[in-house]
Design a protein around this ligand. Structure first.
Ligand code: HEC
Ligand code: HEC
Length: 197
């Protein structure tokens, strides 16, 4: 074998390697896209209550669109483990695998949110009380990791959750401390403020 043939052999080898890399790269991105569309199909069961793509039009149910993925994962695990009590969501989450839970977190976190809105007069009152909340829930109520997005959420849902923390029905030390001192009027005002963001 002369030097030229040896070089050609190496070149062929390199080209083959390159083709394998290309294939891996293309299929990996493909797989990711497929994953989210597969999740979207599965998430249709969640849309029944939480609205199309996680935007609920029924104030009875809240929106999940653009909610923090870490927060969604934490809450689904809490329902599954029974540390957050809600019979509907305990049933919904009981059969979810770790992978399902991560997928739902990833899917809802990137959906375009809508704004539920809230009474503007109440919202103005809420704004005066909200500074302390923004430190964790974000300057625009957008949330951050384990701190949930509150912006644009249905005020009724936000008020209900604040009452649950206040009464110790939903357990979280930080939120118990912050909601514990709020009157019903303050809770409704804060809920209107965040619903309007
Ligand atoms: C039959 C109605 C229903 C269905 C279907 C449903 N949910 Fe829920 N979900 C609820 C209700 C009601 C709550 C509020 C529970 C509470 O008040 O604590 C909730 C709460 C949640 C929360 C907590 C949100 C927060 O802001 O704290 C997450 C996350 C969630 N659901 C995800 C899902 C996912 C993912 C699915 C689909 C696998 C799903 N839900 C299907 C009714 C439903
Ligand atoms: C020290 C950080 C911190 C501060 C300050 C704080 N929160 Fe929270 N909040 C959290 C965490 C963490 C959670 C999620 C707890 C859980 O897992 O149940 C939460 C959850 C909530 C929820 C439930 C959201 C949902 O989707 O179910 C509401 C509503 C809320 N906070 C409102 C407020 C308001 C209003 C204030 C200001 C009065 C406030 N928070 C101040 C950390 C904070």
């Amino acid at each position: 074998m002369n030097v030229h043939a040896l070089k050609m052999g190496w070149l062929m080898h390199l080209r083959r390697l390159f083709a394998v890399f290309l294939l891996l790269f293309c299929c990996k991105t493909q797989l990711f896209a497929d994953d989210l569309s597969t999740v979207a199909q599965k998430a249709a069961t969640c849309f029944v209550c939480h609205g199309e793509k996680g935007n609920s039009t029924d104030p009875q149910f809240h929106s999940l669109a653009q909610q923090q993925s870490v927060y969604i994962v934490n809450q689904l695990n809490a329902f599954k483990a029974g540390t957050r009590i809600n019979p509907v969501m305990q049933a919904q989450s009981s059969k979810l695998t770790k992978e399902d839970i991560n997928n739902y977190g990833a899917y809802f976190a990137v959906q375009q949110p809508t704004k539920a809105g809230g009474d503007p007069v109440l919202a103005q009152k809420g704004k005066e009380k909200a500074t302390v909340c923004l430190g964790c829930h974000g300057k625009s109520g957008e949330g951050n990791g384990e701190f949930p997005r509150l912006a644009g959420q249905h005020p009724d849902y936000l008020a209900e959750q604040l009452m649950k923390y206040k009464n110790g029905i939903r357990k979280n030390d930080a939120m118990k401390a912050f909601a514990g001192n709020l009157s019903d009027e303050e809770i409704n005002a804060l809920a209107a403020f965040f619903g309007n963001l």
